[in-house]
Write a protein that binds this ligand. Structure first.
Ligand code: IPE
Ligand code: IPE
Ligand code: MG
Length: 243
């Protein structure tokens, strides 16, 4: 059986262009994007994916027009109110990564409530990156490590890759096996910079609101055809598989 990626990460891009093509306000694109997320998360859970991390709002997205930002916050709040029950029914655990301190209190409270309500669900983890930036993540890990060294709890020489990774916001989850970006742009846009060091990349021209099971299956199939070498030779990798 070809292997299903344990962890898929998605840059959900193209909502605005989807709406513009229909001569509708960008917010309509974001609403349709929420539906695409529901379809995709359910399909991932059914397919045996263990973790789905989605980029919902980047640390740079605050620079958008004020009205778009406040519509996005409204949508986030609404989704936290209405969709969590659905996740609960599907056995999906909800977690968040990113700098929460910038969000209004009512959003922060609902994030905590949703995380604790779904905490023991075991079908899949839906990990939502909100006010997330890869550089922020690396910086906050470095700051915390520096603090521990400063307080004498840790020697600088003892900081290795695993210890660094355990200070990132993704401490408890493995790196993404597959990173998908929709919307046709071929860039990372400050998503999981450290964690994607060896992820397989898949760029889809499909705008996020049009994304769903079919395109996800195409991405998984492309992933299954890749040879992940992690710096080794193809021969080494194939020998290990045979052994
Ligand atoms: C992604 O879609 C959603 C967010 C960044 C919040 P966009 O809103 O970036 O859509 P495009 O790229 O303008 O089409
Ligand atoms: C990346 O999309 C962030 C999210 C999908 C949340 P952007 O639309 O913000 O990325 P750029 O600005 O085109 O690089
Ligand atoms: Mg975009």
């Amino acid at each position: 059986m070809p292997r299903i990626p344990d962890h898929i990460a998605i840059v959900m891009d193209g909502n605005g262009r989807w709406a513009e093509k229909r001569k509708r306000p960008r917010n309509m694109g974001h609403q349709a994007g929420l539906k695409a997320l529901k379809r995709t998360a359910e399909h991932c859970a059914r397919s045996g994916v263990k973790i789905l991390t989605v980029f919902a709002f980047s640390s740079e997205n605050w620079q958008r027009p004020r009205q778009e930002v406040s519509r996005l916050m409204e949508l986030f709040l609404k989704a936290l109110d209405r969709e969590v029950k659905n996740l609960q029914q599907n056995g999906i655990r909800l977690t968040f990564i990113g700098d929460r301190s910038q969000f209004p209190a009512e959003i922060r409270e609902r994030m905590i409530a949703a995380e604790s309500l779904t905490h023991s669900n075991g079908e899949m983890t839906l990990n939502v990156a909100a006010n997330y930036g890869g550089r922020w993540d690396i910086m906050q890990a470095a700051k915390n490590l520096a603090r521990e060294v400063g307080e004498g709890h840790l020697a600088a020489e003892d900081i290795d890759r695993d210890m660094f990774a355990s200070h990132l916001s993704t401490a408890d989850i493995p790196d993404p096996d597959l990173l998908i970006r929709t919307g046709g742009e071929m860039r990372i846009s400050n998503f999981l910079l450290w964690q994607c060091a060896y992820s397989e990349l898949y760029f889809s021209p499909v705008l996020w609101p049009d994304f769903g099971p079919d395109e996800l299956d195409r991405a998984i199939k492309a992933y299954q055809e890749r040879e992940r070498r992690f710096g080794k030779t193809g021969e080494q990798v194939r020998d290990k598989k045979r052994a």
